[in-house]
Design a protein around this ligand. Structure first.
Ligand SMILES: Cc1ncc(COP(=O)(O)O)c(C=O)c1O
Length: 399
């Protein structure tokens, strides 16, 4: 169908919640996608850190076909084998003992907040329910998670916001120490802020948070929705810091694009949920968890976290070389593994457009950061090509 007409209908019939690029993507394979005019792109957005195994991965396609033809959905009143196997596998490969499945990142965080509050009330005073989160963080768009998202631009017009949220600057342990009081239930943090600008904290930050939480009996919730599933070069980003959370949330890459969310917790914390305290219709259904099982098994068997570390080094090295040659046009390259942010002098929107014109799709983050989150199966030639295109795009956008 004609792209111009599609865009006209989009303007007329969709709620205008996103600024969209003038492109309709219709097909994908591995690291590449094609638009409705047949133009090919390298996809370094990964559907915002979702398609870890790339597009149309044969194992994912196979599981989807088989599961859809066998049993797509049943309710959580029944045992669901795929859900049980995926939960077992996630627990075997993480700090966690138990999992609750939902449909998105926001829902996974919503669940984490509810679980932490319920646990805190059972292990303290009845008014213990405050969540401390970090400025510049991002946790979702539901009312509770958008409130946990300590960026006022996402709050405007949605007041009154739910009570019980406190904000402190990111990467500042003293501020957390001062903010914790007898009403605090949990500290909620991304190990690396993704949407906020690929902000990497100091090495001592997560261990410091863990220590503060242990000393005060407060829960540590890590939002690994963007950083988890191998993206940063370890299966979970918390492994870089050598400490584990009490609750971790996942979504995005867990089923490579089939909507899913997961809230993982220790036995002790998970015990706050009993039958009837929380629920979901779709969460953990055979299709989503069946695909999740295939994705997670593939990730582990093919050691894709290690690959992400290797490919991430190549990407960051290439971009740092570009920074050196850029005469100040590239201000900083940061990140871990295949989650990389590049601070630019030129307006990031112009560089994104220039990349797209040249056949590379990239993301933005924070105020003026170009963000890259390619599939973990990305190969060396694609990385080198992406760096080359970014170099040209930065050149195109010189004032
Ligand atoms: C760290 C983090 N948490 C939560 C979310 C919300 O996830 P979803 O859009 O699936 O609700 C996102 C989405 O970008 C995210 O990056």
């Amino acid at each position: 169908m004609d792209t111009k007409l599609l865009m006209e209908w989009s303007d007329r019939h969709l709620m205008a919640f996103a600024k969209r690029y003038p492109v309709a993507l219709v097909r994908g394979e591995g690291v590449r996608v094609w638009d409705s005019d047949g133009k090919e792109y390298l996809d370094f957005t990964g559907g915002i850190a979702v398609t870890a195994l790339g597009h149309s991965h044969p194992k994912v396609v196979g599981t989807m076909r088989e599961q859809a033809a066998t049993l797509l959905h049943v309710s959580n009143y029944f045992h669901i084998p795929q859900q049980i196997h995926l939960a077992k596998l996630l627990c075997e490969h993480s700090f966690a003992d138990r999992v609750f499945f939902s449909n998105s990142g926001a829902e996974a965080n919503e669940t984490a907040i509810k679980l932490a509050r319920k646990w805190a009330k059972e292990h303290g005073a009845s008014d213990r329910g405050d969540i401390i989160s970090m400025r510049g963080g991002f946790h979702g768009r539901t009312l509770a998670t958008v409130t946990a998202t300590a960026q006022e631009k996402y709050h405007h017009g949605f007041e009154p916001l739910p009570a019980g949220f406190k904000y402190v600057p990111f990467n500042n342990l003293r501020a957390v120490e001062r903010a914790i009081d007898s009403r605090t239930a949990a500290v909620l943090v991304e190990p690396i802020q993704g949407e906020g600008g690929v902000n990497v904290p100091d090495d001592g930050y997560l261990p410091g948070l863990r220590k503060l939480c242990d000393e005060t009996g407060v829960l540590l919730i890590l939002d690994e929705i963007q950083t988890g599933m191998g993206r940063t070069g370890k299966l979970w980003c918390y492994e870089h810091a050598g400490v584990a959370p009490d609750i971790m949330t996942l979504a995005k890459a867990l089923a490579n694009g089939v909507p899913i969310g997961a809230t993982l917790a220790t036995d002790d914390v998970a015990s706050a949920f009993t039958p009837g305290t929380h629920g979901t219709t779709f969460g953990g259904n055979p299709l989503a968890t069946g695909v999740g099982l295939t994705v997670f098994s593939t990730l582990v068997e093919e050691r894709l976290a290690e690959r992400a570390a290797r490919m991430g080094r190549r990407l960051s090295d290439g971009l740092r070389a570009l920074q050196t040659q850029s005469a100040g046009a590239v201000k900083e390259v940061r990140g871990k593994g295949l989650l990389v942010g590049i601070d630019l002098v030129a307006p990031v929107a112009a560089v994104v457009s220039a990349c797209r014109e040249r056949g590379l799709l990239v993301l933005t983050a924070g105020d003026n950061t170009l963000r890259l989150a390619p599939p973990l199966i990305v190969d060396e030639p694609s990385i080198d090509r992406a760096v080359e295109i970014i170099a040209r795009a930065v050149q195109d956008c010189r004032p």
